[in-house]
Design a protein around this ligand. Structure first.
Ligand SMILES: Nc1ncnc2c1ncn2[C@@H]1O[C@H](COP(=O)(O)OP(=O)(O)O)[C@@H](O)[C@H]1O
Ligand SMILES: [Mg+2]
Length: 224
């Protein structure tokens, strides 16, 4: 039994009178603790696939199973609860709140989900240390480099201890040296926490260093 299974996923977008059939039968099994890389040309459907995996979007047809549970059979409220508890997201642009410090940006989702301030602060500090930001906790995003901002976003994505981390072009906005460092942070999280990770990137070199690497061609997944 796989941890996560995508079964014959199709996704079409309707633009006016035209239908754009982006995903055309995606099948994928992901075992717990694995890191999967997904690469592919711009517009191939990588983000579309990641949004479906993260239940942010529904497929036109097909199934997403998570520990054998058919997620798209849940109602929207249950699906949102599931997403908040189980899935962490990192995007190309970090979407940090500019008025708040790194620490506050990480504390917030912990506070929202449970815990008192002290517990949340302790956990946020540990997460920031894990991504290599010890000593930078009180800087606001504008006072941090692009790579450091992305580290904060990674720490924030781990705030609620997700079972699955989805990263959409997390290095897309960074130079190659910084990209390498961010990849290492993500890889280390995978190794140390045995956290299941799907990393979408147009950087084939980085994607190729995941446990398995797939590419989207003509709406289907192929191994590379
Ligand atoms: N909400 C949407 N409405 C219409 N078309 C979309 C929408 N989202 C994505 N697309 C189109 O679907 C295709 C795949 O997009 P996307 O998944 O973002 O590709 P990638 O992440 O691989 O660059 C593109 O042609 C894009 O323009
Ligand atoms: Mg994309």
């Amino acid at each position: 039994m796989s941890f996560i299974t995508l079964k014959n996923i199709h996704k079409s977008y309707i633009n006016g009178k035209r239908e754009l059939h982006v995903l055309r039968g995606i099948n994928l099994d992901i075992d717990k603790g694995k890191m999967v890389g997904i690469v592919g040309a711009s517009g191939a459907g990588k983000s579309t696939l990641l949004h479906i995996l993260g239940t942010l979007d529904h497929p036109s047809r097909g199934e997403l199973r998570y520990n054998e549970q058919n997620l798209f059979s849940l109602n929207n409220r249950k699906l949102a609860n599931f997403r908040n508890q189980k899935i962490g997201f990192v995007f190309q642009f970090h979407h940090l709140l500019p008025e708040f410090t790194a620490l506050e940006n990480v504390i917030m989702p912990i506070l929202i989900s449970r815990s008192n301030y002290q517990t949340a602060e302790k956990r946020a500090k540990e997460l920031l240390e894990q991504v290599g930001l010890k000593g930078r906790e009180h800087h606001k995003p504008g006072e941090l480099s692009g790579g450091e901002q992305q580290r904060v976003a990674i720490a924030r994505s781990l705030a609620n201890n997700p079972e699955l981390l989805l990263a959409d072009e997390p290095t897309g906005n960074l130079d190659s040296k910084t990209s390498e460092k961010i990849f290492q942070v993500i890889h280390q999280i995978n190794q140390e926490r045995h956290l299941t990770i799907v990393l979408v990137t147009h950087n084939e070199k980085l994607g190729g260093r995941a446990d398995c690497c797939l590419t989207i061609v003509d709406g289907t997944l192929q191994s590379i």
